[in-house]
Structure formats: C-alpha cells, structure tokens
Design a protein around this ligand. Structure first.
Ligand code: UDX
Length: 439
C-alpha cells in the first residue's frame, strides 16, 4: 500500500485517485477549488461519470480516500505526487501549462522526503524535463530526491472507471527505470501490459494515440461524404473494413464528428508542436478541417431541406459531445447551434445529462424537458448525440408533434427505411439517404 497525493480533481484526477484508493492505496485528492472539495467531502460529484459516485463514497467511507485544498496536508508523507491538472488549449492550440507549473512549484516548496512525481495530465513532449527543471531550480541549494515519471491517461469520458480498471496498457516514461517500476507496482493489481520507455516517448504516445483515433473518425467521415455522392452505405463500408484485424471496427462510426475536452485540444496541440519543431503536420490539419466541415454539412442539409433557416424552428437532440457524459466542451452540437442561430434559426434543445452545463454556455435556446417537447412545432430535428434514450423514442409521436417532418440524424442511430416509411424527410451521414422520402 502506498501514499498518493493526486493534484487536480477533474475527470482524470478524481477517477485516478479514487481507483488507486480502491486498489488499496492511501490517497489524498487535492484541488484549489474549495467548493469542489467541499462537495466531494459531502459526496457531491463535480462531473457526471457512470459509477463514480458509488466508488468515491465507498473509498471515502473506508478512509482510504480524502479530499483537501491544503497542499501541505496532501503532500505530507506521500510516496507519489500525481499531477492531474487541466492543460487547456492556449492560442493557436498550444497547451497552457500554468497549472502544471504551479503544481510542480508547490511540490518543490513543500516536499522534503524522496518522492516520485507522476505527470498524468496530457502534456506536450518535453514537459517532463521541464517539470524536473522547475523543481531543481526551486530547490537550488536544498536538493530534493525526486524523479518525474510520465504516465499518460487513456480514459474515455462515460467509461473512465472501466478504462482505468481494465486498461489496454499502462505507459510509463522516465529517465530512472526504478522510479518507473515503482509506479508500475501501483498498477500491478490490474494485471495489464505495462510499457516502460523514456519520458518524451511516453508523452508522444499519448498525443499520437489520440490523434490517430481522431484521424480514424475523420477518415470515415470523409468516406461517408463520398458515399453520399456515390450511393454507398458508410455503415456497411466500415463494417466491411472492420473485418480486417489491422483496421478493426472501433472509431469508424461516421457522424457529425469528434468533440470533447481531449481530441480537439490534443490534435491541435500536436499540430502546434510539429510546427514549433519545424515539421508540417498536413495530415493533422486535414483531420481537423474534415471534422470542422462535418458540422457545417449538417447546416447545409437543413438549409437545403428548409429552403433557408431564418425563423425556422430547429429541435436539437443531444448537447454533450458523446453519450453517458454531461461534458459539452467542444461538442459538435455547440458549433451547429451557433451556425444555425447565425442564420436566424430558432433553437429548442434537450440532453439527458448536459442541460446544466449547456445553460451556462448556450444563450437564446429554449431548453426542453424531453425529446417530445423538442419536436413540438419544430420544422426540423437534428440528432446530435447518440444517447440510448433517443434510440427508443416514439417516432410516431415525434412525427405528429413536428410542424415539418425533416430529420437530420447526425449519428446514424435510426434506420433509413423505417424513417422513410413513416414519411420523414430523413437525412443521415453517408448511408445513401439524402432526404429521399420515396425509395
Ligand atoms: C478520448 C480517447 O478515446 C481517450 O483514450 C483519451 O484518454 C481521451 O480522449 P473521450 O474524449 O472521452 O476519450 O471520448 P471518445 O469516446 O474517444 O470520443 C471522442 C469523440 O469522438 C466524441 O465526440 C465521439 O462522439 C466521437 N466519435 C467516437 C465519433 O464521432 N465516431 C466514433 O466512431 C467514435
């Protein structure tokens, strides 16, 4: 059993700290946000993540998991200090490392015993060395016995606990293999592949993995756009591709594209790093452009179907960037709504979990309590997030409630033949239906 301090209680830090406590370690999660820490102490979660409340409660009650805003208390006697703070996109995609810096400085100021500093946040290649420099400089004259280990996270929102407990691999990077092995010991109960490499390679593995997944999605979206012109069905294309074990079936679902707090930030950051280091990231720039275009294509289809968007009532089903999360950061829906509003459309929207977050971000939207209210009097509906509850809605009732019967299925969740038989003017992404109601 080890003593861990986890700095940052976002979905990475909170999930990581809680899961390490669940594995039997003594974990203190630290955050500068007093309200967030107070809520956590009272069992109120800062984010919606399936299963998180239960596992936090269990481990808080067991005494293995505590929360504080006090750095000294959190770092006292810690064997490991995990830096799991946000690294938001700065200008032109550069990762903003101010929170990483302040975490490193606090460790330098408050720790006097040997410690392993673990970079869990997604940080540009070279940040591990930078953190080492910050601590050494801060401790000039009073050297501290520490090593930095890069340990990127591969958690998906909506399945973060499962992804922690059943990882495909753990990646560790450090100049000191003993330090990396000590971190590897923390993951031993998970019995998963552990890869130990150097720190810059570990940092690059994270960016390259996310950028590749985003590339897969933009690739299938480009194929979908071709399918629309050539009368092929992209869902069947991706199924046929997926039989090839070198390709696989995952992350080949065409739609209105990728969003969230990771892909957009990480792909932009990697492209920015490339330019800074004198290489030209033409593929990544195309991946970003294709993704941006997917959102515009939804608006194009609607403008064509409605003969203009001014004063038209558009219903939006789904605001979160993916199902099973309340996170709307860089959700494709946000841009679609802005584009529609710029052309005078009137928006009414519903999301099963993200309404509170949406209300802070999106103005001039009528927030509904269920999908049927969204359909009421709508000239068109956009399915933007593939929540399961939308897959089961009563489409006949939706049809009767709508003013015009136009649907753009941005995640291909419904069957074209069913929608056509019901009389909808139905658009999807790449499955050969471009609003034809007769076939
Ligand atoms: C991602 C990575 O998957 C995870 O490994 C990393 O640690 C963090 O970033 P996350 O952003 O939570 O996780 O969501 P993910 O499930 O990867 O989906 C990202 C976006 O891609 C979502 O907007 C989703 O709707 C979209 N997506 C996903 C597609 O459009 N098509 C797909 O086939 C899969």
């Amino acid at each position: 059993m080890s003593k861990l301090c986890v700095i940052g209680t976002g979905y990475v830090g909170l999930v990581t700290g809680t899961c390490f406590a669940d594995l039997g370690n003594d974990v203190t999660c630290l955050d500068v946000n007093e309200t967030r820490i107070e809520n956590l102490i009272n069992g109120i979660m800062p984010i919606y993540e399936p299963g998180l409340e239960e596992i936090v409660t269990q481990n808080t009650e067991s005494g293995r998991l505590t929360f504080t805003t006090n750095f000294e208390e959190a770092l006292k006697g810690a064997d490991f200090a995990f830096i799991a703070v946000g690294t938001p996109s700065g200008d032109d995609g550069e990762a903003d490392l101010q929170y990483v810096r302040s975490a490193a400085e606090s460790i330098a100021d408050l720790v006097n015993d040997p410690i392993i500093v673990v970079n869990k946040s997604t940080v540009p290649v070279g940040t591990g060395d930078w953190v080492t420099e910050i601590i050494n400089k801060r401790r000039a004259g009073k050297p501290l016995d520490f090593t930095v280990v890069s340990n990127p996270e591969f958690l998906r929102e909506g399945s973060a606990i499962n992804d922690f407990m059943f990882p495909d691999r753990v990646v560790l990077g450090s100049i000191n293999s003993d330090a990396a092995k000590s971190v590897a010991e923390l993951y031993a109960p998970l019995r998963c592949p552990v890869m130990i490499t150097d720190i810059r390679t570990a940092e690059m593995i994270k960016y390259a993995s996310n950028a590749f997944l985003a590339t897969k999605i933009s690739f299938i979206n480009e194929i979908a756009n071709m399918c629309e012109e050539m009368g092929a069905n992209v869902s069947e294309v991706s199924r046929g591709m997926g039989y090839d074990h070198r390709i696989g079936t995952q992350f080949l679902d065409a739609g209105i594209g990728w969003g969230g707090s990771c892909f957009p930030k990480d792909v932009k950051a990697l492209a920015h790093m490339a330019v800074l280091h004198g290489t030209h990231p033409q593929l990544l720039q195309a991946v970003i452009e294709i993704n941006r275009n997917q959102r515009r294509r939804v608006v194009l289809k609607l403008r064509k179907a409605l003969g203009g968007l001014d004063d038209k009532v558009i219903g939006i089903l789904g605001i979160s960037f993916k199902p099973n999360t309340d996170d709307i950061r860089d959700s494709p829906t946000l841009e679609v709504i802005h584009l529609l509003q710029n052309e005078g459309a009137i928006i009414q929207a519903y999301d099963p979990q993200a309404m509170e977050n949406a209300k802070k971000e999106l103005k001039r939207v009528k927030y509904c309590e269920n999908p049927y209210q969204v359909a009421e009097g709508a000239d068109a509906l956009i399915l933007a997030t593939s929540w399961n509850e939308f897959k089961q809605i009563d489409l006949k009732k939706i049809y009767d409630l709508m003013n015009q019967k136009i649907i753009v299925d941005g995640r291909n969740i419904w069957k074209p033949e069913v929608m056509r038989d019901m009389g909808f003017t139905y658009y999807d992404v790449g499955r050969g239906t471009n609003g034809d109601t007769e076939k």
